[in-house]
Design a protein. Sequence first.
Length: 411
Amino acid sequence: MIIIVVAISAITTPAVAQNLFKGKVVDAQTLQPVQYAGIKALASGKTAGTDRSGNFQLSIGADTATLLVSYIGYTTKTVKVTKTTKLITILLSPGSINLDEVQISPDLSNVSFHSLGALDLNLRPVNSSQDLMRLVPGLFIAQHMGGGKAEQVFVRGFDADHGTDLDVTVDGMPVNMVSHVHGQGYADLHFLIPETVADFDYGKGPYYTEKGDFATAGYLNFNTKDVLDKSMISLEAGRFNTFRGVAMLNLLDSTAKMRGENWYIAGEYNYTDGPFTFAEHYKRFNAFSKYSRPLNANNKLSLSASAFTTTWRASGEIPQRAVAANTTAIDDNGNAITIPQYSNPIGRFGTIDSAQGGKTSRFNFIAKLNTDLGNNLSLENQAYYSHYNFLIHVNTSFFAEDSLGGEQQQN
């Protein structure tokens, strides 16, 4: 009997009590959660990642531990923690971008993906919603009929038209218009001010049932900031009478920020004549405001509203034969036609029908309630309202003055 007991003791692995360390990682300036930050216990090598609320939990077989907390764009921090029932709050200070180390683990499966998006937003020049869409690898866009229309999207081998095959959302609100005169799924993203974007998420392929009918080629979602790290005013100018001004202002003081309450407004104005002989006179005004506050330890409310309006004149597409002949119109035999009101040479930046162009506007309101259920689970309830106006004059035949052959249309 003694021999059996000794044998069993020899092959039994000693049990080690595991302590669960729970904490939250927040930005030291804004006090907002840092999503997908990497947490590593130096002694055991165990890793974890923060969720959307900045929370993490790590099981360690010791009463004390040294944690290495890191995220791209922040200064890496070493924190010594002791077994406690209280939630550990770790403040990360913004710092230089360092790509020396990449952590790979099951707990950090989304970190590298999310980090690349944040890295692009910080490093690549972005001054329009079009530029934001270009951040998605393999996605490129084209514009025709002036700058006021939704962009033509090409992604993953798809001509996604103006959004018919690409599901686009902002803070979970659909941008695609289910019913639109210019095409089902029309996704006009011009109401989004790029400086208000905190991060974006995307996926390619028809593999996301929860994204709906428009995600044939993929989906793209932008999330706006809950708080500004600082107020700012920016003025830009360029060729072709191009001008852009942006202002973003925090409306609450630091005392409210300590309570987790934030409110800011943002405005943007764009103007350009473009390179065209017939000046585009593109004008766009954007306004955005967002308010957020915690209702209690597990619930957070956010309200946002945005509005934009655009007017423009479009030179539209012009036939190659007219550019080659350096005139405005060509008959069926290839001979130049002289039209008194269009007697000037057309050139590649010229126009035939000066009545083309349009105007559009959109107003959005979003109310969202986020609930932290614990154990990396969350619940989100959302309500939104959108009102959209669209008017465009197009001429696909290039002869607006010809009442019989002309095809100018109004949508």
